[in-house]
Design a protein around this ligand. Structure first.
Ligand code: PMP
Length: 432
């Protein structure tokens, strides 16, 4: 019995499912999750001493690699001055200013939270409070955290587990969320034509990545903003996953910033906290200043704007300059190419969906454009791929409904490991 097996058996007796977040338990690929001892740069080491090249990056945050000296030093310095104040501090202000500076023109105010869930929940409350309307429109298969309003036709772990509509969400709350198939502007326009006066906001992922990565149709987010605005509603662009990852200015940088339009509210998470519990809702002053204490829409947090978390985020953003993004894009291009070629070589049908440095490989023989097509991927083949790659030293998300995350720490030696592990995965996937 491996040490991971032992720890997982113990964990099942102390924690539901043995984990703090469901997908970590390998619910869709089966087997025992490996317990992590430590991680440095592009590598994770498990408690049995096995080393893996990490293509999960803690589900996004570790964009500059694990335990980067600049991040570790910033956090150590911060915690030496206490782990929490419950009062304003300078590092928190500096991170807010850094976000405003990066998102020039699109973001004037930043309110920090401890998780992406809270950030999107706050954005929804703000949109409802400002418009005085009840409805939120979301897309099937998009994941916006686990607040009640968003566990309706959701992606990520709930999709992997087949629980997109969770028990425990009151019908009265769920019925104020309308879920539409991704990419269908015609259905969005139709919905607004009939119920436009009741809609507070459309909430969409900057680039959907929680049903695997879906390439947004051209101008999709801009058209959403236009339709919403024509009816007095807001567009909330959830960039918890894409923010400061797919470009220096996230998904907005690939679309709105280039084309001259902005969503009304953004949510950020993951990279903004450099691996610490930190996220944010952000946007124009006119909207954000309606949050308490200036406004009457309430939102708060004992640990929000935590000094160590803000220090980690600030250090991480500091590492991600234009050279770092160019490097990340090139690494992702190489990794995606390796996977594509390995699957081609063994004749396994697949679709590579990629937006800048974010991609997914679906074991599917038709284009994957929404949750319905993502659901037709060959899950059994993915499980075989996953386990063979894991055994060969590659740490992948344990579900075909997730993105592959690269870090700037991946080097040529890692690419060799990835090549061998992916080849092993592809061979396993081919054996029906
Ligand atoms: N929105 C998106 C787009 C996400 O990808 C996630 C997490 N994967 C969340 C919200 C929720 O963030 P958290 O897990 O920090 O609550």
């Amino acid at each position: 019995m491996s040490r991971s097996d032992e720890l997982f058996a113990r964990a099942l007796e102390a924690m539901p499912g043995g984990v703090s977040s469901p997908v970590r338990a390998y619910p869709s690929v089966g087997g025992t999750p490996r317990f992590v001892r430590e991680a440095h740069g592009s590598h994770i080491t498990d408690v049995d001493g096995r080393r893996y090249v990490d293509l999960v990056c803690s589900w996004g945050p570790m964009i500059a690699g694990h335990a980067h000296p600049a991040v570790v030093e910033a956090v150590q310095q911060a915690v030496a001055g206490s782990t929490s104040f419950g009062a304003p501090c300078e590092v928190e202000l500096r991170l807010a200013e850094a976000v405003v500076a990066r998102m020039a023109g699109a973001v004037e105010r930043v309110r920090f939270t401890c998780s992406g869930t809270e950030a999107v929940m706050t954005a929804a409350r703000l949109a409802r409070g400002v418009t005085g309307r009840p409805l939120i429109v979301k897309f099937i298969g998009c994941y916006h955290g686990h607040a009640d309003s968003f566990l309706v036709a959701a992606g990520s772990g709930v999709a992997s587990l087949g629980l997109p509509d969770s028990p425990g969400v009151p019908q009265a709350i769920a019925s104020d969320t309308v879920a539409l198939p991704y990419g269908r502007l015609d259905l969005v326009a139709e919905l607004f034509a009939t119920r436009g006066e009741q809609i507070a906001a459309i909430v969409t992922e900057g680039v959907p990545a929680n049903m695997g990565v879906i390439v947004p149709p051209p101008d999709f987010n801009r058209r959403l903003a236009e339709i919403a605005h024509a009816h007095g509603a807001l567009l909330v662009q959830d960039e918890v996953l894409t923010g400061f990852r797919v470009s220096a200015t996230g998904a907005w940088g690939l679309t709105g910033q280039r084309d001259g339009w902005t969503p009304d509210l953004f949510t950020f998470g993951k990279v903004i906290g450099g691996g610490m519990p930190l996220a944010a809702v952000a946007g124009r002053a006119e909207l954000l200043d309606q949050l308490a204490p200036l406004g009457s829409i309430y939102q708060a947090g004992t640990l929000s704007g935590n000094p160590a978390a803000c220090a980690a985020g600030l250090a991480t953003l500091g590492l991600m300059d234009s050279d770092a993004y160019a490097r990340l894009d090139s690494i992702a291009e190489q990794v995606a190419g390796i996977v594509d070629r390995a699957l081609d070589a063994v004749g396994v049908a697949h679709r590579l969906n990629k937006v800048s440095n974010l991609f997914s490989v679906f074991l599917a023989d038709e284009p994957v454009v929404d949750f319905a097509s993502a659901s037709r991927q060959d899950r059994a083949a993915f499980s075989r791929f996953f386990h063979a790659a894991l055994d060969a030293g590659l740490w992948l998300a344990p579900s075909g409904f997730e993105a592959w995350f690269c870090s700037t720490a991946i080097d040529d030696d890692d690419l060799e490991v990835i090549e061998k592990a992916v080849a092993a995965g592809a061979r396993a996937a081919a054996q029906a």
